[in-house]
Design a protein. Structure first.
Lengths: 268, 244
């Protein structure tokens, strides 16, 4: 019985999320654009699929992944567990939290790969770029950025450094990279910061941040528990531009090698 | 029939591949680090089945419904040639999709608690509720304005990197004046505003606009709307923290 109740209430809450969006779209369609939508039947079926998809997705996450993920975040930050795996003596040092950083990295990367909004943007970018930007290339680049960001954010909570030092440094890196990265990637890279953190990543990452801030001595859950999402949305910008820079560098080197080969062949 | 079944099986496999890393990470930590058996195997398995099915349906519906409607509206607005209605649409889309966002509601309530504990507002139900609602509307307003600015950029061909840098500068300046408690929340609010439905829709809108206006490159000009939608809330929330 509980299952159908969950399914129903999740479906209703997703429906309420969709209603304002559908209202805006169809309101403008009928009142301003005043033209029938092409393939209206197909579009509506597609939207229904989106609705059903998100409902199932959330239901499954609530049932299987979130409880396990939250429990893990709690257990990994538990002082008893940390005492058992520590590598220093005396008071707990920041390095004793190494499993937390590994977990932060791994969960950041893996949840980003599964993030539906990122899949959507990657599909679009692949289509628009005529295949030059691979769906997987972009997703992996973003995932690495989120992973590094969350691992670094966890480190920040453990040592208690102010968040804006990290964010401002990140901004400086982004600005410098913007001047050197291939121009076509820049808008997409800026976008990838915002798409990484939605359905899958936020609840798991928030649990990790809260667990850390509650158990590390001297941190307040209210002040230090926030901020992980900010890290997860800044670092993908850097990693996506880096991905484009590396691919450009490699193709340039390849080109140089080829011209050199051709030159040598012509001399022979 | 067989063909569509095959296509469904194919996207099902795609979803399995997308979700496999999470299962591996959780399994690894459970078995090797925490060394505890998993409880409730049956609900775990059924949950995993639902996640896989859900992702498959979502991707299916995305290409069938969400992308086409976003692009066809962008085309229609471009052909109509009315920038006024386009900007109104952009604002409503940003504001309307954000104001009811569950992640935002959660974070606004949390922020109200922080502000009350820090003594910025009275520690009472009423003042906390009004603070949370104020914050929600601030963020929703900022996303609406962000999409408007982003659409104007596509129309006027403004350089995105200069705009983003000005935004960064504003964040840095405001950070040094804003109260400490609001900073983490403000930075986070940029990430939570863009939901699973908004992102494909807004992306399709930007790409659709850039492809319908001559002289615009969909790759260079079509992307970037989400970037504004995740930067502007930071600025607005920092400002909100300073005013209240």
């Amino acid at each position: 019985m509980g299952f159908f109740h969950d399914l129903y209430s999740l479906f209703m809450s997703t429906l309420f999320d969709v209603i304002p969006i559908a209202g805006i779209i169809f309101g403008f369609q009928f009142l301003v654009i005043r033209k029938p939508v092409k393939n209206i039947k197909k579009v509506l079926t597609g939207m229904l699929y989106v609705l059903v998809g998100i409902t199932f997705f959330l239901l499954g996450l609530e049932q299987a992944l979130f409880p396990v993920g939250r429990m893990m975040a709690e257990q990994l930050t538990n002082p008893e567990f940390l005492q058992g795996v520590r590598i220093s003596t005396g008071d707990l040092q920041w390095s004793d939290y190494y499993w937390v950083y590994v977990f932060a990295f791994a969960i950041g990367a893996s949840t980003t790969i599964a993030e539906p909004a990122l899949i959507a943007v990657a599909i679009k970018a692949n289509e628009v770029s005529g295949g030059a930007i691979g769906v997987w290339g972009l997703r992996v680049a973003v995932a690495i950025g989120v992973a590094v960001g969350i691992a670094l954010g966890s480190y920040r909570i453990v040592v208690g450094m102010p968040i804006h030092y990290f964010i401002i440094t990140g901004y400086v890196i982004v600005v410098v990279q913007t001047f050197y990265a291939p121009r076509l990637i820049v808008p997409l890279a800026y976008d990838s910061g915002g798409v990484t953190t939605s359905t899958v990543t936020v609840p798991l990452v928030a649990a990790l941040g809260l667990g850390l801030a509650e158990t590390v001595p001297g941190r307040s859950a209210l002040i230090d528990g926030f901020g992980l999402i900010a890290f997860a949305s800044l670092f993908p910008i850097i990693s996506v531009m880096a991905y484009a820079q590396i691919s450009e560098l490699r193709s340039r080197r390849e080109q140089r090698r080829r011209t050199k080969e051709m030159y040598e062949r012509s001399r022979r | 029939m067989n063909k569509s079944l095959l296509a469904f099986a194919h996207s099902l496999m795609g979803s399995v591949r997308d979700l496999l890393p999470i299962f591996l990470v959780i399994g690894f930590f459970q078995i090797f680090v925490l060394q505890q058996p998993l409880e409730n195997i049956s609900s775990l398995v059924s949950g995993i089945v639902f996640v896989i099915l859900g992702l498959t349906f979502f991707i299916y519906g995305l290409e069938m419904g969400l992308f086409p409607i976003g692009e066809s509206m962008a085309n229609a607005f471009a052909r109509k040639g009315s920038a006024f209605w386009l900007l109104i649409f952009a604002f409503s889309l940003g504001f309307g999709t954000t104001v009811a966002e569950p992640a935002l509601i959660a974070i606004a309530d949390e922020a109200a608690r922080v502000a009350a504990q820090a003594g910025h507002i009275k520690n009472m139900q009423e003042s906390m509720a009004s603070y949370a609602i104020g914050l929600r509307f601030t963020v929703a307003l900022s996303v609406g304005v962000a999409i408007v600015i982003g659409v104007m950029r596509i129309l006027m061909n403004w350089p995105i990197h200069i705009m983003i840098m000005i935004g960064y500068m504003m964040v840095i300046v405001l950070t040094s004046f804003a109260p400490d408690e609001i900073i983490g929340i403000a930075y986070d609010s940029g990430g939570v505003t863009t939901s699973t439905i908004t992102v494909p829709l807004v992306t399709a809108l930007g790409v659709g606009l850039a492809s319908s206006i001559s002289g615009r490159n969909p790759m260079l000009d079509g992307f970037g709307l989400i970037a504004f939608a995740s930067l502007l809330p930071i600025i607005f929330v920092l400002g909100y923290g300073m005013i209240i």
